[in-house]
Design a protein around this ligand. Structure first.
Ligand code: ADP
Ligand code: MG
Length: 326
């Protein structure tokens, strides 16, 4: 199968952009997209490299899902409505089983969010997947890292923070779980993250700052604090954790929750008064997204960690950095 047959069979045939929004999709030198009047465009890319971002054991359906999910998570963090995406793919060979599974996972998530694949590039080479997503927000309403204010509460979404890291530790042989069922659960967290797009939309005009957790809570929250020129305190025992993670020893629980990465949950700050708390609860309920309050923004720079009893903790973790040796 040649390059153009491959693009037609696995990608173009399953992409059905709405003609008003995307008058030209896959097949010309560029896609042509009509912006919605009054909206700003948000654009983000994330690349997945075999051996770096995923293991060769991952099912192709899950890889297709994850490649798009991690990108949608960036749009979610900015409160954007997803509009379209491109796919640049480097493949070692034309493996039809891989391609059809990959496309299935990819398009299932794309359809769930009502977005179309509008272009890309396909080449031979090591397995490497780069997606670029495009989304929209009303002018001036993008959620940013730089907006956190003293007195804000800090929240994190979901109930399984750290499970993706726990799965990785099991693959590495440094953690053990009680059952195969437990392993399936944490493996799913690692391979099938659910981007928090609906909550991101509900946080427009409410959250002062937001980021998605890709490299670990402490590191990612650190970006928000730096960009906003503030500090924070966190109640480490308030972090949501699954029963599977809660069965591990406390050190590993904290490491996974605070420094894990690959969670694709949102961390955001919002006004800490009663009205702010009620509005966050309403946004969480309306979007069907669990949220947990885990700390607050303070004027003093840096991040201070406490346990549930209010005792200061001196924990040191490094968040993930591709160019730093561990
Ligand atoms: P060009 O050589 O002009 O860059 P290509 O021959 O690479 O164009 O691609 C032909 C068309 O197929 C273009 O519209 C391109 O956007 C699209 N395309 C290529 N690879 C992919 C892919 N993996 N997914 C979606 N569209 C793709
Ligand atoms: Mg061209």
């Amino acid at each position: 199968m040649g390059e153009f047959d491959l693009i037609q069979r696995y990608f173009k045939s399953q992409s059905h952009p709405a003609a008003e929004a995307v008058p030209v999709g896959i097949g010309d030198d560029c896609a042509v997209i009509n912006p919605t009047p009054g909206m700003q465009w948000l654009v983000s890319s994330d690349m997945l490299v075999e051996g770096r971002h995923f293991l060769s054991t991952v099912a192709p359906e899950r890889l297709g899902h994850k490649a798009l999910a991690v990108n949608l998570s960036d749009l979610a963090a900015c409160g954007a409505t997803p509009r379209a995406f491109t796919l640049a793919l480097s493949l070692p060979r034309v493996d039809e089983t891989f391609l059809s599974g990959f496309a299935q996972g990819l398009f299932a998530l794309a359809q769930a969010h009502g977005i179309a694949l509008v272009g890309g590039d396909t080449t031979a080479g090591p397995l490497n997947i780069c997606i670029t997503v495009m989304g929209e927000v009303p002018r001036g309403q993008a959620l940013l890292r730089s907006g956190a204010r003293v007195g804000d509460d800090i929240y994190v979404t979901g109930q399984t923070l750290g499970d993706a890291r726990l799965a990785l530790e099991v693959f590495r042989g440094t953690a053990r779980l009680a059952s195969g069922q437990d392993f399936e659960q944490v493996r799913r967290a690692m391979e099938c993250p659910q981007p928090r797009v609906q909550l991101g939309l509900a946080l427009r005009g409410l959250a002062h700052s937001a980021i998605d957790v890709s490299d670990g809570l402490l590191g990612d929250l650190g970006h928000v604090l730096k960009a906003s020129g503030v500090g924070a305190r966190l109640d480490v025992d308030a972090l949501p954790r699954s029963a599977v993670l809660a069965a591990q020893d406390l050190t590993l629980q904290r490491e996974c929750g605070l420094a894990g990465g690959d969670d694709y949950e949102l961390v955001f700050s919002a006004p800490g008064d009663a009205a702010g708390r009620a509005a966050v609860a309403a946004a969480a309920a309306a979007s069907g997204t669990p949220v947990q309050r885990i700390g607050s923004i303070e004027a003093e720079s840096g991040l201070r960690l406490y346990d549930g009893a209010g005792q200061a903790l001196a924990l040191q973790f490094n968040s993930f950095d591709h160019f730093k040796s561990p």
